[in-house]
Design a protein around this ligand. Sequence first.
Ligand SMILES: Cc1cc2nc3c(=O)[nH]c(=O)nc-3n(C[C@H](O)[C@H](O)[C@H](O)COP(=O)(O)OP(=O)(O)OC[C@H]3O[C@@H](n4cnc5c(N)ncnc54)[C@H](O)[C@@H]3O)c2cc1C
Length: 455
Amino acid sequence: MTKRRHRNGSPHVVVVGAGFAGLQAVKALAKVKPPVRVTLLEQHNYHLFQPLLYQLATGLVQPADIAHPVRAIVRRHRRTSVRMATVSGVDLEARQVLTEEGGRFPYDFLVLAAGATTATFGIPGVEEHSFPLKSMPDALRLRAHLLHQFELAENDPSQIGQGALTVVVVGGGPTGVEMAGALHELFKHVLVHDFPDLDVHQARVVLLEAMDHLLAPFHPSSRGHALKILSKRGVEVRLGQALERATPNEVILKDGTVIPTRTLIWGAGVRAHPLADVLGLEQTRGGRIVVGEDLSVPGRPEVFVVGDLAGAPDGKGGLQPQVAQPAIQEARHAAQNIERTLKGEPRTGFVYKDKGIMATIGRNAAVTELPSGARFKGALAWYMWLALHLAYIIGFRSRVAVLVNWIWSYLTYDRHARIIVAVEAPRPAARPAPPPAAPAAAPSPAASGERPVVS
Ligand SMILES: Cc1cc2nc3c(=O)[nH]c(=O)nc-3n(C[C@H](O)[C@H](O)[C@H](O)COP(=O)(O)OP(=O)(O)OC[C@H]3O[C@@H](n4cnc5c(N)ncnc54)[C@H](O)[C@@H]3O)c2cc1C
């Protein structure tokens, strides 16, 4: 490939996205010899630690505990600059990244790491009426909505029968399992004391899974453990049950069962970020961008794709899973291949180093499986889960804050971050039918059950 040099002579690498993959790429690129200049483009001014989003949604941690300013993370890398910008496309011929803000960023190498988004599989009503859990606003919106439903039900207990205190979680993967477990703890250990005049025991958490087991990637004994613990704690686990459609007030299952609920949490699927759809590059199922073994796009050796956005081969005819470790390792490998290219050395193929899998179910309960075949469950697995997630949180302050929250919650059963910050109109599709009478008769958001969201 032709070597293009930036103004100061060093090759210029543009990295898109400051998630697990993008940040790892920046870190690895800072050590590349000969040195490269790096520009990191990120739509937010923070890196989000997605695995703890469910704790944000259930009041265990605060936003700043799981999000870290991107500039603070990369400021020690002298050759890296950051731009808060939303990438809208790439001019592959001119080798320029285009942003919604009107910027054009020329590159010698490009590392695309824009992550994934929620896939609703076209199920009617899910897009409009469900709560996804992919971003900070998603989690805060869900937290405010949940707390608001309890306030509504206390003012008018008849709302319980209309689903105010029923939460349906769709997807029995790690996200659905941890969410269901955490919701149950929030209701039974915290809100039961906050709402003494409300029969909180009527609150339901229903976990729907279309397959006949939870935690698909895990060993059957781990799956069975998760099912046993959730059921014992009061989560209604419905296996082999798929969602047919959703409305603002109920979900309808394929077998015709109707569950009144105002809270449908969608944890059933991911697809590549929509940026993948506008680049004109070949895509896999789920919209991921096809890459070769060296993680570059076929025919575009200067363009690498890593993390959830990449359809990186797993060497067994499938694709790498869309979780944190492959994202981190792919990013490191892409940086190494950039270095090899600059040195005139041949690139190497990416080989994933399996570090095991784990999922938390709730207090003192998790499952962990190591590549050696060793399996752990219960409190020991839970401590392993806590230690690993703490280690991966960026920033000492955040780590301490999360640890303090966890210890406090463990000792007191409290979840202190249960604040409804603001109430705003619901998303248009979820808006109830307009009131027929004069403005004075119009229900307030609190009375109508409209979705509160954090502004
Ligand atoms: C709720 C939840 C729980 C999870 N739990 C676990 C877990 O326990 N263990 C695990 O291994 N994995 C877990 N995952 C998956 C893991 O978080 C992802 O696999 C990982 O974040 C992928 O890293 P990434 O860098 O590819 O994408 P991301 O971390 O999603 O980062 C993508 C970045 O790109 C930015 N971006 C997107 N589009 C643009 C654009 N157009 N312009 C500029 N910037 C853009 C985004 O803002 C984001 O910062 C979880 C995911 C979720 C949602």
